[in-house]
Design a protein around this ligand. Sequence first.
Ligand code: FES
Length: 491
Amino acid sequence: MIRIKIISTDDPRTIETEPGNSLLEILRNHGLNIYAPCGGKGKCGKCMVTVSGEGNAMACSLFPVKDIEVILPGKDIANILVHQTEFLENIPFKSRTSFIGDNPYGVAIDIGTTTVVLYFLNMLSGRIEKVASFMNPQNIYGADIISRITYCQENENGLKDLRQVIINSINTDLDRFRLIKGISSDSFERIIVAGNTTMLHLLMGEDPVSIALAPFTPRFTGMQVRKGDSSGLNINPLADLITLPCISAYVGADIVAGLAVIKPVYRNYLFIDIGTNGEMALVKGDRIFTCATAAGPAFEGASLSCGSGAVTGAVSSFKSPDEYSVIGNAEPAGICGSGIADIIAYLLDTGLVDKSGVLKLPFTIHQKNNIIVTQQDIREIQLAKSAIYSGIRVLMKTAGMNFNDIDALYLAGGFGNYINIRSAVRIGLLPAELQGKIFPVGNSAGMGALQFLKSDEFEERVDEVMRRSEYIELSDSDDFTIEFVMNMDFN
Ligand code: FES
């Protein structure tokens, strides 16, 4: 038996365990979650802890064989997007005619790979009484969809672990709300969930492995309905837990909800959610062409040398080495997606990076904390931006459109909201031809789920999106391969 003394600001304790597991596994087994974007494969270097008297070590690669004292990193507060924007519908509340109990509440949930948002709706008054959010706790098993699926594949209890952490976190927020309101868990009568296809599989306890293997066939794409008593959630046993429908393995209910909630102002527009997978749709009149491109985790910071999520300490915008902002006004501890886009735009403008992506000199943002941008970081961003831009090009080619035909480009999600549009265009992530027509729309997935909760009539809009949508598989598209190579350089 060995003893591991944990020094942490919020949960100091001593763990007794047998040797054999990695420190990351030991911490997880005791409910201590450390950010591990590569899922504990020793590749990302982000699971760093300090071992007293020995220095820094990656928790996933350290297999303690004697008593040690470990200092855990501080907890991050996510910058989570919850607000409504002018581009999204806010449809009138329409009360249902019957309820299970006297005090009915509904909850709309957007489960993102990185963040989770809950909207609590009083189902009698139609009032949103609370919006809650938290970082997706599954990030301790990997930052992106593929590492989480791999975790399910490689671990006997993988699916159970991933399902349980998200259920536990949602239950924590449900319990918090009901305690504040003085209501019982039976009051939660209807739960509507949007999210990408993998997140919905994990929530429903369905094996997601086929999502990662050709021909990429998920266990389900249609709307799923479960009763409360088999949901794992602290809700009324007779409640309905409903997940919105997905289009394919990589174009999920988050996109469907977003497309359904966009105000129908324009006939022809692009709708893009940039995450580890760039999910995108091109609306051309009555038709909707969709695809997903594997942008990788660069814009979420996971594959960059000093990358970080949009959390306290992250460089989030950058004009010059003397003028940049850090989330929480803290000392820089990393660089998040919006920050790296600004930095590379600056390096291109100043000639420190050439069109082919060669970084002429190493670039330091903060000497003391060793926050730097490396040549490899630039390459990671080139791959990610080319994947997104090439996806757009293939959609347009398939639809027979050119940029003049596009009325607007809507950017969904947190990254789309925080990124500087000029930088996104400068690095070639978004088309320069559409500058002036690019609009962040906020958390469209969450707002779509909320509209579904507010009125049964919204279901018709969701069905219509499903009817109009066509999916284009890029993994076997020669057009995409050619575009991907052609768009790797900067302009
Ligand atoms: S290196 Fe340890 S989780 Fe990635």
